[in-house]
Ligand binder design. Structure first.
Ligand code: SF4
Length: 284
C-alpha cells in the first residue's frame, strides 16, 4: 500500500470509491525479494509465539530430512549458513528492494556477517529493508558501519530500518515475544537510528493491543511509515493462539471487523500510518 492506494482505500470506506477499484490495487508488499543468512533449520531465538517461520519450516519435511532436525541446533543461538554469509552479489539487471532478514532476527553474534552482506548488496545497487526487533548494540554497530562519513551517502540512502514494535506494553511484548527485547530497548534503537540520520519505519504486524499509544510514542522518530497489520496464520494449529490467561480472546476482539473499522477511523488522519492487506481485506 502506497499513499495512492491508501487514498483509494479511504475513499472506499467513505463510499466514494467502488469495491472493484480496491480489488484491482493488489497486495501490500514491502519488498520484491528477501534474503536470510540463518542455517535453514536454525530457529530464531526470539521465540515469538506467532512466528510464521515455524509454519514455512514445518511445510518442508524434505528439508528436515536432508538437513537434520532443527532441535539438533542450539535453540538459544542463531546458526548461520556459511554459503549465505559468504555470498558475493552480481550487478543485477534491475536492482531490487530486499527485505533482509525476513526469517530471523539479527543478534550480537550475527551482526557483523549481516553488515558484510548488507554492504555487498548495496554495492551492486540493491535497497535493503532491515526488519528487526532490535538490540541497541546491534543498531549502533549497523549505524557505525553504514553511516561513517566516507560512505554514508551511498549506504544510508539505500537502507531503511523497519523496527517491529507491536505494543508499547512490555508485559504484552514479553508474553508474545518472550526472548525479544522489550519496548524500551526497541524505542531506544528507533531514536538512535533516527538521530544518526537513518531512514526509520515501524512494523506493527502484528499489533498486539490497541495501537494508538504506540503509534503516538514512535511517531516523532519515524521518517517513513508505520505499518499496521494482523497476526497471520492464526488458524494454523502450529501457531499459539494465546500466551495464556488474560490474553484469551483479546486478539479476537481487537481484530474483529467493528474494532478494526473504529481503529482505521481513529488513525486515518495520521499520514504515516499504512494498513497491511490483512486489515484492508477484513474491511472490504
Ligand atoms: S523475530 Fe521474527 S523470525 Fe524471530 S521468532 Fe519472532 S517472528 Fe519469528
Amino acid at each position: 500500500m502506497d499513499v495512492e492506494k491508501r487514498a483509494l482505500f479511504y475513499g472506499y470506506l467513505d463510499g466514494i470509491i467502488p469495491l472493484e477499484a480496491i480489488l484491482k490495487i493488489g497486495g501490500t508488499s514491502w519488498a520484491n525479494s528477501s534474503y536470510n543468512i540463518r542455517h535453514r533449520r536454525s530457529k530464531c531465538p526470539n521465540g515469538c509465539l506467532y512466528c510464521y517461520v515455524r509454519v514455512t519450516d514445518n511445510r518442508s519435511d524434505q528439508d528436515a530430512k536432508r538437513l537434520g532436525d532443527i532441535e539438533d541446533l542450539v535453540p538459544e543461538k542463531l546458526i548461520l549458513d556459511p554459503k549465505k554469509t559468504d555470498k558475493k552479489w552480481r550487478i543485477p539487471k534491475k536492482p531490487k528492494t530486499i527485505m533482509f532478514p525476513s526469517l530471523h532476527d539479527t543478534f550480537l553474534d550475527t551482526v557483523e556477517p549481516y553488515i558484510v552482506q548488507v554492504k555487498r548488496m548495496i554495492d551492486v545497487g540493491h535497497n535493503i529493508i532491515c526488519v528487526s526487533k532490535p538490540l541497541l548494540e546491534c543498531v549502533q554497530k549497523i549505524c557505525a558501519a553504514l553511516g561513517s562519513p566516507e560512505n554514508s551517502t551511498v549506504y544510508m540512502s539505500k537502507f531503511i530500518f523497519r523496527f517491529s514494535i507491536g505494543s508499547i506494553d512490555n508485559k504484552v511484548l514479553k508474553a508474545w515475544e518472550p526472548k525479544a527485547p522489550g519496548f524500551d530497548e526497541r524505542f531506544a534503537c528507533l531514536r538512535y537510528a533516527f538521530e544518526k540520520g537513518f531512514k526509520t519505519s515501524i512494523s506493527m504486524e502484528p499489533f498486539l493491543d490497541i495501537p494508538d499509544l504506540t503509534v503516538s510514542k514512535v511517531m516523532p522518530y519515524v521518517t517513513d511509515g508505520i505499518w499496521i497489520g494482523l497476526m497471520n496464520y492464526r488458524d494454523r494449529t502450529d501457531i499459539v493462539e494465546s500466551p495464556g490467561p488474560g490474553y484469551d480472546g483479546v486478539l479476537d476482539l481487537l481484530y474483529s471487523e467493528p474494532e478494526l473499522r473504529k481503529m482505521v477511523v481513529r488513525l486515518r488522519g495520521n499520514a504515516k500510518v499504512f494498513w497491511m492487506n490483512s486489515i484492508v481485506n477484513q474491511l472490504l
